[in-house]
Design a protein. Structure first.
Length: 227
């Protein structure tokens, strides 16, 4: 007897989340993505279908193979992968699961997908990213990109988030995650004025203490002995 997997007929395609490296063709043409595990074998576009990475001639996904696109159900699960050292420069993708898929406890393995949105993490310095810069590596004619701010990008080739979205096509939405310290968390003018007043009061008290020591002879040396 052949084991048959349960079939689903959802009214709307499922949504999932994954991480990947943004890439751009060496000639500056089409933009896409490169996976962080099995997906690292070949870049894929915003709307694409999976191929068996082992070169086997079977439909993807196959229950006796681990080929196909992979994603997780929860955004927080995918964000947790970005904490790993080897994934710090990857981006977060929101995808629509298309075609045949196999459901697992934490996600899907499936045949086709559409990348709907990409969230770029902060620059390594902690500031919000304003561009995608040349990461210094690539694969199969694709240049890998990484988040950078205007101060850290230096002389590297760079592309704006809008430019990447346009070259990726298919209505991809690209946004930058807030920096390590969002503007709302920074002290405003009233807080700075109050802090300055407190520092001035402490300085005045310190100067008063020094003045008192000067009036009483300061040095703490006692009366001069008679000879």
């Amino acid at each position: 007897m052949r084991l048959r997997l349960p079939e689903e007929s959802p009214k709307e395609p499922p949504t999932g989340f994954k991480i990947a490296h943004p890439v751009l063709r060496a000639d500056g043409g089409r933009a896409g993505f490169l996976g962080v595990s099995l997906g690292a074998a070949a870049p894929y576009g915003v709307l694409d279908h999976a191929r068996c990475v082992y070169g086997r001639r079977h439909r993807v996904p196959h229950r006796r193979c681990d080929c196909g696109f992979h994603c997780v159900h929860e955004r927080s699960t995918a964000e947790g992968l970005l904490v790993l050292a080897e994934h710090r420069k990857a981006v977060l993708l929101e995808v629509t699961v298309l075609g045949a898929y196999i459901r697992f406890e934490r996600g899907f393995r499936y045949s086709r997908q559409r990348v709907r949105a990409m969230t770029v993490g902060p620059c390594p310095c902690g500031a919000a990213a304003s561009v995608l810069a040349d990461a210094g590596w690539g694969r199969d004619g694709q240049r890998a990109l990484e988040a950078a701010c205007g101060s850290c990008v230096g002389g590297r080739a760079r592309w704006t988030l809008r430019t990447f979205a346009e070259r990726a096509g298919q209505g991809l939405k690209v946004t930058a995650a807030p920096g390590a310290q969002a503007a709302a968390d920074l002290p405003g003018m009233p807080e700075l004025v109050a802090e300055a007043a407190l520092l001035q009061a402490r300085l005045d008290w310190f100067q008063g203490q020094l003045g008192r020591l000067g009036e009483t002879g300061g040095g703490g040396g006692g009366p001069t002995p008679r000879t």
